[in-house]
Write a protein that binds this ligand. Structure first.
Ligand code: FES
Length: 569
């Protein structure tokens, strides 16, 4: 029987002489002080994403030590390698633009370097989906370790956490209820430790979904970043990676149509971030699995909201961890889940849940399935003539009084137009109007920023208006709330009907009918389409050009066309 390739023998640099390549590789590796016996061991690569531009990962040096400890104790050699890191608030125009770049980096570095298994260290918003997408495509045994959430800060007796409270205080500041001195105080209390945003935003949602998919160790999604348990989880992750060596537990096997459906169930029960729909679609797409918005609606109708965290509820991720975390949530959901799905440990999801022994559960944070916080899931997909390819609304974060509503469109043609006019006292706008933002989707130069949470025009905010229907092809931060229709597909910049809405048109939203419609005759729409502005010129070079050429719509997870697997013959 042929000997198995191990450790540094993988993927040798090609000098036309295999033995020479290995000898040379070992000799350079020994320059780093490794002994020959250490270099004969299997290798666990660690995709390391510490960056001075990523506050959420600032504890990664300590976590890395713990992962390495786990790998060494289990008998393999840990070797970390850097990849791009995406610090959400430090990237322009938006981190989503670079998610696919990070996934390419992750995939190629896993494939090109000699490793038997890989630990993916991620956390901040786009890093988890980027790493999962890359790992699925790379096809090596992989396990993820997430950063864990921040702890909350304190302000005048109140707990604060990024970033629902960031928005809440900013809205109050815009309305004149908070002054300059207080907003400066708040600024220092919103993000007070290492880790990802403290609420059920995109990062927390994706961490929980990584656990639902079976890609991280059980019970580790919600452990706070600075808790000693997080270090123990890191050590255990390193050891688990060693046990995956030589197994068939590769991400493209763990991520299947069934595990994806489990993840969607969990997303709905969490009242999680709308961004997760895009990311799950992209991750699934790499494994050749399609996520359908119609199926999301079916699942939403039969999945209760069981978690009470901001922005939908009251708690923070530290409360979720203390309440029992993902094990408790998935045990509640068990009758709705596919329990035969494989996980990174080699157990099925059913076996993993049977081993969960949390007997004390904080029911103020995780409800029993029979007594949910909401009887139906947090997200709904909408269709209609304004969004033939679909759109998403976070029902659990919206005002139910606006669920069946027709109003006059107040249109902003771009992000620049929005910034220039939304607070203009002369803006003609009333509380019953519907704010429409165009050209903020994946094909726009701004690459689908989290601008779907359009601010309430200042003059309305100051008169006490807290929510209005807002419609766009943009995304929304997972930490935001409001009656907000997002991801309208096809987007304006690719010729979608959203780009044809004009000021004063009537728009109708019906959550019951799952529709968002423009009440304009087809003949008029065709006339407008005939004189529509030409698409902006494509960038001439660099990543921006690749992005413009390859970006797919929200219905394909905004992946790049050339990164999806070739259709099976
Ligand atoms: Fe990193 Fe929110 S800024 S998760």
């Amino acid at each position: 029987m042929a000997e198995r390739t191990v450790g540094l023998e993988h993927g040798l640099t090609n000098y036309g002489d295999r033995d020479f390549s290995l000898y040379l590789r070992r000799s350079f590796a020994r320059s780093m002080g490794y002994s020959r016996s250490m270099l004969a061991k299997p290798v666990v690569g660690i995709a390391y994403t510490s960056s001075g531009f990523n506050n959420c990962h600032r504890h990664f040096p300590e976590l890395l030590d713990a992962v390495k400890r786990g790998v060494l104790a289990a008998g393999a050699l840990p070797i970390e390698f850097p990849t791009i890191s995406l610090g959400e608030v430090f990237l322009s125009p938006t981190s989503l633009k670079y998610r696919n770049l990070m996934s390419i980096d992750t995939e190629e570095m896993i494939r090109a370097q000699p490793m038997d298994a890989v630990v993916l260290m991620g956390g901040c918003d786009k890093t988890v989906p980027a790493q999962l997408m890359g790992a699925v495509s790379a096809g090596r045994p992989a396990i993820m370790l997430v950063a864990g959430p921040m702890m909350t800060g304190r302000h005048r007796g109140e707990r604060l956490g990024a970033c629902t409270d960031c928005r809440r205080f900013w809205a109050r500041y815009r309305a004149g209820a908070v002054d300059d001195a207080e907003i400066a105080e708040v600024e220092g209390q919103l993000a007070v430790t290492a880790g990802t945003c403290a609420v059920m935003g995109t990062a927390s949602t994706m961490a929980c979904l990584a656990e639902a998919l079976g890609m991280i160790l059980p019970g580790t999604a919600a452990i706070p970043a600075v808790h000693a348990d997080r270090l123990r989880a890191a050590e255990a992750t390193g050891a688990a990676a060693v046990r995956m060596i030589g197994s068939d537990r590769t991400p493209e096997r763990i991520i299947s149509a069934k595990s994806m459906e489990n993840a969607l169930r969990v997303l709905l029960a969490l009242g999680g971030s709308t961004n997760a729909v895009i990311h799950l679609t992209a991750i699934a797409g790499r494994a050749g699995v399609k996520v359908s918005l119609d199926r999301i609606n079916e699942l939403s109708d039969s999945t209760p909201v069981l978690v009470n965290l901001k922005p939908v509820g009251n708690g923070y991720m530290e409360d979720f961890a203390a309440a029992g975390g993902m094990g408790v949530l998935m045990r509640e959901l068990a009758p709705l889940l596919h329990l035969d799905c494989m996980t990174v440990t080699g157990e099925t999801l059913g076996e993993r849940l049977a081993a969960d022994d949390k007997s004390w559960i904080d029911r103020s944070i995780i409800a029993a399935r029979e007594q949910p916080f909401e009887p139906q899931g947090g997200l709904v997909a909408l269709f209609g003539n304004l969004a033939p390819g679909g759109a998403i609304l976070k029902r659990s974060a919206a005002d139910a009084k606006l669920f069946e509503h027709e109003g006059r469109a107040v249109v902003f043609s771009s992000l620049a137009d929005l910034a220039a006019r939304v607070d203009d006292p002369a803006l003609e706008v009333a509380p019953n109007d519907i704010l429409v933002l165009q050209n903020a989707g994946p094909n726009a130069p701004e690459a689908m920023p989290e601008a779907g949470y359009l601010p309430i025009p200042k003059k309305l905010a100051q008169s006490g208006v807290k929510d209005m229907i807002r419609v766009s092809d943009a995304r929304m931060s997972g930490t935001a709330f409001g009656t907000i229709v997002l991801h309208v597909t096809p987007d304006s910049a690719s010729g979608g009907p959203l780009g044809l809405v004009r000021n004063g048109d009537r728009v109708r939203l019906s959550i019951k009918a799952r529709r968002i419609d423009l009440m304009v005759e087809d003949a008029e729409m065709n006339k407008r389409a005939a004189v529509a502005r030409p698409a902006p010129p494509k960038p001439e070079r660099g990543y921006a050009r690749l992005y413009a050429q390859e970006i797919l719509g929200a219905d394909a997870g905004c992946d790049f066309a050339f990164l999806r697997p070739a259709p099976r013959r």
